[in-house]
Write a protein that binds this ligand. Structure first.
Ligand SMILES: [Zn+2]
Length: 358
């Protein structure tokens, strides 16, 4: 939303008036808004094309987030083969390129038939920005589409998906650092605040690339293990109506668990409270703060099923629950998974070499 406003404002307040000074404010504002809207529609078209091709290859899209240089469509699983991986990644830049070409052709045609300057300028800008998007996204660095293309090609050539992810992530990290360096150098050399965008995008790319490679390594190590092999069964729960003071003075705390699933009068879990959240309640507020007030709500807690592959859970773990997940079977809480459960299993796997399903 902020970015939408920035783009609309940038177009209406500076780009259009600079190029065509003869119009009134209303004309610039309308042209700016419409162009920004069309820009977002093209971003959406790019992401939807990924989603569509993913669906045709048996995957579905969990959600789509739009950001400055396109978006990220989070997939429910992994492509089954390099070909599917290539098609899902490749279609996005292709759609942007195609849209860019169409916008430019329309701009050309409108200009030739003597159409309104601002309309022509809008289409021209949309054409250029879509082509820029296609080119930027095609850079072979994870998590950009180009990184996925690189991954699918390495996967295809070597047959090793993990290696492919690690290489494309490494490329992403290098590219991210280049962006950070260019951004910072330009900023310090020319006091250009716009250059900080590069550094920021670079930072995002580095983070995403590193996370991808770590996740792939852990996924690979978890192998065929199911959630039930990783979870701690029958966790100790606390009641949502309990106050923090109650909890701290109760027997529950003796177990030294770092997390408590929170239940509402014995029914299914309604959230999860971590020791960190408890610790942050000031001593004078402990008698009045109920667990439901500080618990991470169920919508933000990753949920898993006992028979699900453990590796599939990793992308769902959330910040709010501090990387913990609740395991439910028919709506009944049967287990909990914490980062230490995962680490314990990983250590066990690296020591014994066993990661088959039990
Ligand atoms: Zn894309």
């Amino acid at each position: 939303m902020v970015i939408f406003a920035l783009i609309a404002w940038g177009l209406a307040a500076s780009r259009f008036p600079a190029a065509y000074p003869q119009y009134g404010t209303t004309a610039y504002v309308i042209a700016g808004l419409l162009t920004a809207l069309a820009f977002f529609a093209s971003l959406l078209a790019h992401e939807l094309s990924h989603a569509l091709v993913a669906r045709r290859n048996g995957l579905h899209v969990e959600d789509i987030t739009l950001w400055l240089f396109g978006g990220v469509a989070r997939l429910s699983g992994e492509a089954r083969n390099p070909g599917a991986d290539l098609r899902i990644a490749g279609v996005g830049p292709l759609v942007s390129l195609l849209l860019g070409a169409v916008f430019l052709i329309v701009a050309e045609l409108l200009s030739a038939s003597g159409y309104h300057d601002l309309v022509v300028a809008g289409f021209g800008w949309l054409g250029a920005i879509n082509i820029l998007l296609a080119v930027f996204n095609a850079i072979p660095a994870a998590p950009l589409d180009g990184g996925r293309l690189l991954r699918s090609i390495i996967w295809w050539r070597t047959g090793d998906r993990l290696k492919a992810i690690q290489w494309s992530s490494r490329a992403g990290e290098v590219f991210g650092w280049v962006l950070v360096a260019v951004g910072l150098i330009t900023f310090f050399a020319r006091a250009d605040f716009g250059a900080l965008w590069f550094a920021l995008i670079g930072w995002f790319v580095i983070g995403a690339a590193t996370a991808e490679s770590q996740q792939a390594t852990v996924r690979n190590q978890l192998g065929q293990l199911a959630i039930r092999d990783v979870m701690t069964p029958n966790p100790i729960t606390a009641s949502a109506s309990m106050t923090v003071a109650d909890l701290l003075s109760s027997d529950l705390i003796r177990h030294r668990h770092s997390t408590f699933p929170v239940t509402d009068n014995g029914r299914g879990p309604v959230g999860l409270v971590t020791f960190n959240q408890i610790r942050h309640v000031q001593p004078q507020d402990r008698a009045t703060t109920r667990l439901r007030d500080i618990a991470c709500p169920m919508e933000q807690v990753a949920q898993a099923w006992p028979d699900e592959p453990a590796a599939a859970l990793l992308p769902r773990l959330s910040q709010c629950a501090e990387g913990r997940a609740l395991v439910l079977s028919d709506g009944v809480l049967v287990g909990i998974i914490s980062p230490s459960d995962i680490n314990r299993v990983l250590r066990w796997i690296t020591t014994t070499g066993h990661n088959e399903r039990t």
